[in-house]
Write a protein that binds this ligand. Structure first.
Ligand SMILES: Nc1ncnc2c1ncn2[C@@H]1O[C@H](COP(=O)(O)OP(=O)(O)OP(=O)(O)O)[C@@H](O)[C@H]1O
Length: 722
C-alpha cells in the first residue's frame, strides 16, 4: 500500500537533498582550491619554464615575448578560474547556513504540470544543471515578493509571462533543519516577518531578503523609472530598500556595472559603518559609501569643517543670511553662468612662490592668460594658462640644469646623495649626461612648485567665489577668518572648480543613492545632479525627520529634477517595521496633523512608551542607572537634542560608578538612521521642545526605539507630548 508522505516530511526531504548537494559541491570546490594552492606555484613555474628565454637577437626577442605573453594569458585564465571557484565556494557557504527561505508553485498555463521554485540569497544548480535554488533577484522570484495568489505575472527580458501562483510558502530553515513553514493564505498575517522583526537589534544593519514586502519590492526592482524619490515614514525600510536595490541592480546589470559605478551618500560616518555588512552578506561588495562632507573634502584642495562642527552648525536655530543664499539652487545656477565676470586675470591670479620667493610673477601669469583666446570659456583659458606656466617652469629648470654651477655640484655630489637622488651611484658615462641628472635633482628640489602649478595655487578661487556672490547679492561675502571652510562653502567651491576652473576627477557613476535626502540643501542636490548628469538616482527620505536648518522639501526636490530636465518618480512608504505597535503609534502622533494616522504599524503592540517627570538631574541619573542595570539585552540609549546635552550627561555619569557599556548617550544628529532596542529621550520639556523643528526632533528620536521608549522631562512636558 502506498503511504503518502506528510507535507512537512516532503519539505524536510527536499531540504536534506539540497543540503547534501551543497555539501558535495563544497567538498569539490575546497579540493580544487587546495590543489591549486599547493600546486599553483609549481604549475606556474613549470608554465614559465616551458618558455625558452632567448633575447639574443631581435626576432628571437619577439618570439620570446610572444611566448611569455601566451603564458601570461594562461596564468590569467588560471587565476580567473580560481577566483570564480573561490566566489562559488563563498556562495555555497552562505547557502549552507540557510539554503532558501521561500518556495513558489507556479502554473504556467500550459500543458505541463505546475512547477515549484525555491528561493534563496543566491542561486544554485547541481552538476546536471538543475536549478535547486533560485536567486532572490531572478525574474521568477518576483512572484514570491508580489504576493499575489492566483493570476499573476512576472517579467523576463521585457516580456510579461502570465502565470497562476498556486502556492507561496515561507520557510524557516537552519542548515539542513526545517524549523517551520507558512503558506500565504488570502488574509496574510506575515508570521515570518513578525518573527524577524521581534528579534533583538544588532549593532549592524541586516539584510531583509527573506521578508521584503510588496511595496518595497516594487522599488527594489524598478528599472523603468530613471530616478526614484521615496518618501517613507520612519522605520519603513528606506535604507533596507536601498541596500536590496543595489544588490538587485548589481545582479541585473552584472555585465554592465560594478560597484565602482555605484555610490551611496550616507547621513553620517557612524551610519556608513552601520550599513556596511548588508551587501557583503548578500555576496556583493560594498560600493563607495561616503557622507557628502567626505565626498566634497576628498575632491577639494581646501580644509573643510569636521563632522562634529558641521552637525553643530546645522543644528542651530538659524543660519546667517549669506549662508541661506549660498544654499539655494538659484545661487548655484548663477555660478554656472559666471564666466563673463572673469576677463581680467590680474584680479584672480597670484604669483607662484617658493620659500618666500616669487618663482613665477603675477605679471607673467597675466601675460599667459591674455595670450589665450579672449572669447574662450574661462575654464579653457585657465587650462591654457596652466600649460604655459608648466612649460615655462620646465624650460627654466632645464636652463638651470645646464649651468656650470649645477654641473660642478653634480660632480662633487657624495655617493650618499647620488643614491638618494638617483637610486644608484653614477658610473663613468654619467659625465656626458650631467644636465640630465642635474634636471632630476632640480625636479626633486622644486617638486612643490610643480605641484603648486598643477594644483592651481596661482589662482585665487576665493576671489571667484566672492565676485559671484557680490554680483548676485550686491553685498560682500565674509569668510570666517582662520576657520576651515563650511560644507556650504565647499559645495560652492566644488561647483566653481567643475564649471569654471578644472573638471574634477569623478567616478563614472551609473547609480547614485541618497539616504536622508530631506537633510540636503538645494545647493547640495544641485551640485550632485551637476556632477553626475548621467547617473540614475534613488533618493529616500522622510520630511518628518527634517531636523536640521539645512533641508529640502520633497516638492523642491521634484522641482530640482525638473529644472535639470530629469524625470523623477515618487513612491510613498507608509508601513513602519522598526518599532513595536505602541511606539509606532506614539511617534505617529508626533507628526504634523496632516500626516497623522497615515503610519501603519506592523509589529506587535509591545510595551507602551512611558512618560516620566523628574525633579532633578540627580534623580534622572539614578533612574537611568537603574533602568540600564535591569536590561537583559542591549544598552540603554539616551538621545539628546544637542551634543552639549550629551556631553554634560556623559560627564555626570562618568563621576558615578556606572558600566558605560550599558548606557550610550547620543545627540539625535548622530543617531539619524540608526535604531536601538531601548531608547530614553532626555528632557522633552516644555521649554526644551518648542518649535515645529523640535516636534520633528521628538519624532525622529522616538522612532529610533525598537522595543521600549522612556520619555523624560523636567517640570512640564513639551506641548507635542499629548
Ligand atoms: N521587509 C522587512 N522585513 C524585515 N525587516 C524590515 C523590513 N523592512 C524594514 N525592516 C526593518 O525595519 C527597520 C527599519 O528599516 P530602515 O532603517 O531601512 O528604515 P528607514 O525607513 O530607513 O528608517 P528611518 O528613516 O527611520 O531611519 C530595520 O530594522 C529593518 O531591518
Amino acid at each position: 500500500m502506498l503511504v503518502i508522505k506528510e507535507e512537512r516530511q516532503l519539505e524536510q526531504d527536499y531540504l536534506m537533498n539540497v543540503y547534501d548537494q551543497l555539501q558535495e559541491r563544497k567538498i569539490q570546490l575546497e579540493a580544487l582550491l587546495a590543489h591549486a594552492r599547493e600546486n599553483g606555484l609549481s604549475d606556474v613555474q613549470q608554465m614559465l619554464g616551458d618558455v625558452r628565454l632567448n633575447f639574443s637577437n631581435i626576432s628571437d626577442n619577439l618570439d620570446t615575448y610572444a611566448a611569455l605573453e601566451m603564458k601570461n594569458r594562461e596564468i590569467d585564465q588560471l587565476n580567473i578560474k580560481l577566483r570564480s571557484a573561490e566566489q562559488f565556494l563563498q556562495k555555497v557557504d552562505r547557502l549552507l547556513v540557510v539554503p532558501y527561505f521561500g518556495k513558489i508553485t507556479v502554473d504556467f498555463l500550459e500543458e505541463e504540470p505546475q512547477e515549484s521554485f525555491y528561493i534563496g540569497v543566491n542561486g544554485f544548480a547541481n552538476d546536471l544543471g538543475e536549478y535547486l535554488i533560485y536567486d532572490w533577484r531572478s525574474p521568477i522570484a518576483e512572484l514570491f515578493y508580489n504576493n499575489e495568489m492566483g493570476k499573476s505575472s512576472y517579467v523576463v527580458n521585457r516580456q510579461t509571462i502570465p502565470v497562476e501562483l498556486k502556492q507561496r510558502r515561507q520557510l524557516i530553515v537552519e542548515g539542513q533543519q526545517l524549523l517551520n513553514y507558512f503558506d500565504t493564505s488570502i488574509s496574510i498575517q506575515d508570521d515570518v516577518l513578525l518573527q524577524v522583526l521581534g528579534s533583538d537589534a544588532t549593532r549592524q544593519m541586516q539584510d531583509i531578503t527573506s521578508t521584503i514586502q510588496k511595496e518595497q519590492n516594487v522599488i527594489i526592482r524598478d528599472v523603468t523609472h530613471r530616478n526614484l524619490l521615496v518618501n517613507g515614514v520612519a522605520g519603513s525600510g528606506k535604507t533596507s530598500t536601498i541596500m536590496q536595490r543595489i544588490a538587485y541592480l548589481l545582479f541585473q546589470y552584472r555585465e554592465q556595472i560594478t560597484t565602482d559605478n555605484v555610490m551611496i551618500l550616507s547621513p553620517n560616518r557612524q551610519f556608513v559603518d552601520y550599513i556596511s555588512d548588508v551587501l557583503p552578506s548578500l555576496g556583493e561588495m560594498n560600493p563607495m559609501n561616503v557622507t557628502i562632507l567626505q565626498f566634497i573634502d576628498h575632491h577639494l584642495p581646501f580644509i573643510l569643517e569636521d563632522e562634529a562642527t558641521y552637525f553643530n552648525r546645522i543644528s542651530s536655530k538659524q543660519v546667517v543670511q549669506q549662508t541661506e543664499i549660498i544654499r539655494s539652487h538659484e545661487f548655484l545656477e548663477t555660478v554656472k553662468t559666471a564666466d563673463y565676470l572673469f576677463k581680467d586675470a590680474s584680479a584672480f591670479v597670484q604669483p607662484l612662490m617658493h620659500q618666500g620667493k616669487v618663482v613665477i610673477s603675477k605679471t607673467k601669469i597675466c601675460v599667459f592668460f591674455d595670450a589665450t583666446p579672449h572669447d574662450a570659456r574661462l575654464m579653457d583659458r585657465i587650462q591654457g594658462t596652466k600649460i604655459m606656466i608648466r612649460d615655462e617652469w620646465q624650460r627654466r629648470l632645464k636652463k638651470q640644469s645646464r649651468k656650470p654651477k649645477m654641473q660642478d655640484q653634480m660632480l662633487s655630489m657624495s655617493e650618499d646623495m647620488q643614491r638618494k637622488y638617483f637610486g644608484k651611484i653614477l658610473g663613468e658615462n654619467a659625465e656626458k649626461n650631467l644636465p640630465h641628472y642635474a634636471k632630476k635633482v632640480l625636479d626633486q628640489k622644486y617638486r612643490q612648485v610643480t605641484e603648486d602649478i598643477e594644483d592651481l595655487r596661482w589662482l585665487d578661487t576665493s576671489y571667484l567665489f566672492k565676485t559671484i556672490f557680490k554680483t548676485y547679492t550686491g553685498e560682500a561675502y565674509a569668510f570666517n577668518v582662520n576657520q576651515p571652510l563650511s560644507l556650504d562653502e565647499g559645495v560652492v567651491f566644488l561647483l566653481i572648480y567643475q564649471e569654471l576652473v578644472e573638471r574634477l576627477d569623478l567616478p563614472k557613476l551609473k547609480f547614485l543613492f541618497v539616504d536622508e535626502v530631506q537633510d540636503y540643501t538645494p545647493a547640495q542636490l544641485n551640485l550632485i545632479l551637476t556632477l553626475f548628469p548621467k547617473a540614475r538616482y534613488t533618493m529616500v527620505g522622510d520630511e518628518n525627520q527634517a531636523i536640521f536648518n539645512s533641508t529640502s522639501a520633497f516638492e523642491q526636490i521634484v522641482a530640482l529634477f525638473s529644472a535639470f530636465d530629469l524625470p523623477s518618480y515618487r513612491y510613498d512608504l507608509r508601513s513602519s517595521y522598526r518599532s513595536t505597535g505602541s511606539i509606532t503609534t506614539y511617534f505617529g502622533e508626533l507628526t504634523a496633523a496632516e500626516q497623522e494616522m497615515a503610519i501603519v504599524p506592523i509589529r506587535e503592540e509591545g510595551a507602551k512608551p512611558i512618560e516620566w517627570q523628574y525633579q532633578s538631574e540627580q534623580e534622572w541619573l539614578e533612574r537611568m542607572i537603574e533602568e540600564a542595570m535591569n536590561l537583559e539585552s542591549g544598552p540603554l540609549v539616551v538621545l539628546t537634542k544637542t551634543s552639549l546635552e550629551a556631553e554634560t550627561i556623559r560627564q555626570q555619569l562618568s563621576k558615578l560608578t556606572v558600566d558605560m557599556k550599558k548606557i550610550k548617550i547620543l545627540p539625535i544628529t548622530l543617531a539619524k538612521g540608526l535604531e536601538f532596542d531601548h531608547v530614553v529621550i532626555y528632557n522633552a520639556s516644555k521649554l526644551n521642545y518648542v518649535s515645529e523643528r523640535d516636534r520633528r526632533i521628538l519624532y525622529t528620536m522616538a522612532s529610533r526605539a525598537m522595543r521600549t521608549l522612556l520619555v523624560t522631562y523636567q517640570e512640564a512636558p513639551s506641548q507635542y507630548i499629548k
